[in-house]
Design a protein around this ligand. Structure first.
Ligand SMILES: Nc1ncnc2c1ncn2[C@@H]1O[C@H](COP(=O)(O)OP(=O)(O)OP(=O)(O)O)[C@@H](O)[C@H]1O
Ligand SMILES: [Mg+2]
Length: 217
């Protein structure tokens, strides 16, 4: 489904060039559950951003379902990002002034879809927050906030969930619950790519990629 060939990413930081990715070759098949592990600064987030079309590589080739991403017009790329990929981050990034329901429904608004109340409610049930629909994020625990973020990532019915340390801010028991939720989504056919510093969780997915200095070991 996603094919990366010799992908590099350089950042410019002042006078310095940072080689965040130094030649990544990676094929991801639909339905995989992949964990990316590695030291801080090894390029995990950079790789996720490229996989999720949030950022462009400096060089190399990336194909999604056979189509060369570099040749796609920006509008098409925006559509891929909105409709096919769901993002989950360590810091949740919920909007404080919106309720649980409204946070989850937000991508529907950006996608100019009519508010699909039933879909949002079904997702709220799926992540176990039916009793929190009208709460604001500040009234939720960390695990509840991450469940809202996962439901939000799911609302446009993506094929891929890209998660950057989704349990990084959570205690062990809560991490287990979030991981179980991701496993359940994977069980429905979703492709999941998850960065984690938790070796126990990484050991329980289909494939583990270890990154070091911008390369997959
Ligand atoms: N926007 C940026 N500008 C300049 N350098 C950057 C930028 N983003 C990342 N880098 C650098 O690129 C390298 C890889 O960063 P990346 O965030 O991908 O690492 P990571 O493996 O996700 O680390 P962590 O585990 O700490 O999240 C690091 O050296 C980082 O300092
Ligand atoms: Mg990172």
């Amino acid at each position: 489904m996603i094919e990366l060939t010799n992908i590099t990413k350089n950042y410019v930081r002042g006078a310095e060039q940072v080689q965040a990715l130094r030649g990544i070759d990676l094929n991801i098949a639909g339905g995989e559950f992949i964990a990316i592990v590695g030291c801080s600064g090894s390029g995990k987030t950079t790789l996720l951003h490229i996989l999720g079309c949030l950022d462009k590589p400096t060089s190399g080739n990336m194909r999604i379902d056979g189509a060369d991403v570099a040749k796609l017009p920006e509008a098409k790329l925006v559509r891929i990002r909105r409709e096919r990929i769901g993002f989950v981050f360590q810091q949740f990034y919920l909007i404080p002034g919106l309720t649980v329901f409204e946070n989850i429904a937000l991508p529907l608004v950006f996608n100019r879809k009519p508010k699909d109340r039933d879909r949002v409610m079904a997702l709220i049930e799926l992540v176990g927050l039916a009793h929190r629909v009208k709460h604001s994020p500040s009234q939720l625990s960390g695990g509840e906030m991450q469940r809202v973020a996962i439901a939000r990532a799911m609302v446009n019915n993506p094929q891929v969930i890209v998660a950057d340390e989704p349990t990084g801010n959570l205690d062990t028991a809560t991490s287990e619950k979030i991981f179980a939720l991701l496993q359940a989504l994977h069980g429905t056919g979703l492709t999941i790519v998850m960065v984690t510093h938790n070796p126990d969780l990484a050991g329980r997915v289909g494939r583990v990629l270890e990154m070091k200095d911008g390369r997959i070991m």
